[in-house]
Design a protein around this ligand. Sequence first.
Ligand SMILES: Nc1ncnc2c1ncn2[C@@H]1O[C@H](COP(=O)(O)OP(=O)(O)O)[C@@H](O)[C@H]1O
Ligand SMILES: [Mg+2]
Length: 225
Amino acid sequence: MLSIRQLSRSFREGTRVHRVLEAADATILDGQVVAVTGRSGSGKSTLLNLISGIDSPESGSVSVDGTEVTALGEPARTLFRRARIGFVYQFFNLIPTLDVLENVRLVLELNGVRGAAADERSRAGLAELGLAGREHSAVDMLSGGEQQRVAIARALVHRPGLLLADEPTGNLDEATAREVLPALLSLTRTRGATLVIVTHDPTVSRLADRVLELREGQLREIART
Ligand SMILES: Nc1ncnc2c1ncn2[C@@H]1O[C@H](COP(=O)(O)OP(=O)(O)O)[C@@H](O)[C@H]1O
Ligand SMILES: [Mg+2]
């Protein structure tokens, strides 16, 4: 379970304080696919950064599977994030000096899985996303859709219980988005992982279990028919 309690975060802009999250609350159950919407600047990326412990709140807490991420020190947060969370970003964030396989395998290596086991799991993960045969391509030779599929393989390879996706199709054309999104959602569901996906894509909202809107610093459940 992912539990967000009274989470507040503001940023200082000169002399002004911009309150981005103000006592935001949400409870997300294991295996749920939750879409987070909200206008640009409403704090969606800030929320994901707080969930993953990349950023720290002024007050409030985030717990992932009973671990209060917001109570951990920086080194413990980094280890927790590395082991338990997978990320998919709008601009893919692949490492250009590594090939496709190395990008995926790196996550396993950071978690202590090495050698043939790491190789096999990375190849299997890439194959699930239709990337068999592309293992040794340079990432910048791939199309946007292919790069995002590599990023999804990377996000899943260490079998995290929680996946965070920040506008994963924001940089893809519509047709490509329509092939990447179902792959992300169906693999998440197959693994029983929880997915929090920031998106404006109505398709995702339809496929998600819940939609939360971030507005005026708070998360509100959007009722759906
Ligand atoms: N590191 C930061 N320093 C200052 N302001 C920030 C920082 N990160 C985000 N903000 C501000 O917080 C607000 C929310 O940003 P963000 O979470 O990126 O919104 P969204 O992802 O919904 O578009 C914006 O006004 C942004 O300028
Ligand atoms: Mg954002």
